[in-house]
Ligand binder design. Structure first.
Ligand code: ADP
Ligand code: MG
Length: 298
C-alpha cells in the first residue's frame, strides 16, 4: 500500500531571466512501513520535491498523494511530520513553546501534549534549554527541536530534508536509532541526504536522484554492497611488498588501500609474510562515481 505517491512532477524556476529545470518528471512512491532514502548531490532537486509535497512550492505539472489523498488536503497533511532543510522557527519561541505550538496546530489534547513535549525534550537532551528562546540554540539543538516538533503528533509519515546535516557523529547515531524505533512503531519515513553512509544503515530502499529525475531505485543490500570501491587493510607492521603502499597511521598500525578486485591477491601476499591483520574496512565510492556508473549502464 502506498503512503506517498509522487506523480510526474515538473518544475522550472525562472530567476533573472534564467530558467532552471529543478524537476524533470519525477515519479516514485513510498510504501507503508518503508524507510526510503532520497539520495542525490546538491542541486539534484531533493528539496524542491519535498517542498512540493509540503505545498511550499507549486509544481508546473504533476501532483502528490498521501495515502491516496492530494497532499494539500487537510486529511493528508495531518498525517505528515515534516522537518525542512534549514529549520527556521519564530526565534522568540522557546523550545517548549514550539512543541506546544505544533501540538495545537495538529489539534492534540493539551494535557497529553504537555506530557509528550517534556518526554521529547528529555529524550533529545533539551530539558535545560526548554524555556530558552530558540535564537540562542546551536545548530545541533535547532535540528533536535525541529525533529521533536516533527514527531510530537505521532505522524503516519515523516518527511525530512537532510535531517542529519547539522548533527555531530553521536547525534547521527542517536538520530538513526530514533528513526528505526519510529519505523518499528509503524511510521513510514522518507528522508533526503547527499551522504551515502547516512542512508545505507537504516533505509529499506534508496532512490538516487540527479538533475530532477530518479535515476536508480536500489535495495538496501544493493546500496550497501555495490557502493564499495575497495578496502583499507590495517596491519601491525609495514610490509615490504611490491606495488603496495603502506601508510603509518599510529605507532604500530599501518594502512594500505586496495581496489575491490585486488583484495584476494593482497591478502595472499600478506598471508605469506605472517603479519597480523588488525582490520579490513570497506571504502565507499563517492556519489559522483556512482552516477558515472549508472550513466554508463544506461
Ligand atoms: N527558489 C528557487 N529559485 C531558483 N532556483 C531554485 C530555487 N530553488 C531551487 N532552485 C534550483 O533548483 C535546482 C534544484 O534545487 P534543490 O531542489 O534545492 O536541490 P537539492 O535539495 O537536491 O540540493 C538547483 O539548481 C537550484 O539552484
Ligand atoms: Mg536540498
Amino acid at each position: 500500500m502506498e503512503m506517498l505517491k509522487i506523480n510526474n512532477l515538473h518544475k522550472t524556476f525562472k530567476t533573472k531571466g534564467k530558467f532552471v529545470k529543478a524537476l524533470d518528471g519525477i515519479n516514485f512512491s513510498v510504501e507503508k512501513g518503508e524507510i526510503l532514502g532520497f539520495l542525490g548531490p546538491n542541486g539534484a532537486g531533493k528539496s524542491t520535491t519535498i517542498k512540493t509535497i509540503m505545498d511550499l512550492i507549486r509544481p508546473d505539472s504533476g501532483n502528490v498523494e498521501i495515502d491516496d489523498v492530494d497532499s494539500r488536503m487537510p486529511q493528508a497533511r495531518i498525517k505528515i511530520g515534516f522537518m525542512p532543510e534549514n529549520p527556521q522557527y519564530y526565534d522568540t519561541l522557546t523550545g517548549y513553546s514550539l512543541l506546544m505550538f505544533t501540538a495545537s496546530v495538529f489539534g492534540m489534547d493539551k494535557n497529553f501534549a504537555i506530557k509528550k513535549a517534556w518526554e521529547l525534550l528529555e529524550e533529545f537532551d533539551l530539558k535545560e534549554a526548554a524555556k530558552r528562546p530558540i535564537r540562542n540554540y546551536s545548530k545541533g539543538m535547532i535540528q533536535r527541536i525541529g525533529f521533536a516538533s516533527a514527531i510530537i503528533h505521532n505522524p503516519e509519515i515523516l518527511i525530512l530534508d537532510e535531517p542529519m546535516s547539522g548533527l555531530d557523529p553521536m547525534g547521527r547515531v542517536l538520530f538513526k536509532k530514533k528513526l528505526k524505533e519510529l519505523n518499528e512503531n509503524g511510521a513510514t519515513i522518507f528522508f533526503s541526504s547527499h551522504i551515502i553512509p547516512d542512508i545505507e544503515d537504516i533505509c529499506s530502499r534508496v532512490l538516487i536522484v540527479n538533475k530532477g529525475r530518479v535515476v536508480a531505485d536500489l535495495s538496501r543490500e544493493e546500496i550497501k554492497y555495490s557502493t564499495t570501491s575497495g578496502f583499507n587493510i590495517i596491519t601491525k607492521s609495514a610490509l615490504d611488498l611490491q606495488g603496495v603502499n603502506f601508510e603509518k597511521i599510529s605507532n604500530d598500525l599501518f594502512k594500505s588501500y586496495c581496489k575491490k578486485e585486488q583484495l584476494i591477491e593482497l591478502l595472499e601476499k600478506i598471508k605469506e609474510t605472517k603479519i597480523e591483520i588488525v582490520d579490513i574496512e570497506p571504502v565507499k565510492k563517492d556519489l559522483e562515481d556512482i552516477f558515472v556508473e549508472i550513466a554508463g549502464k544506461k
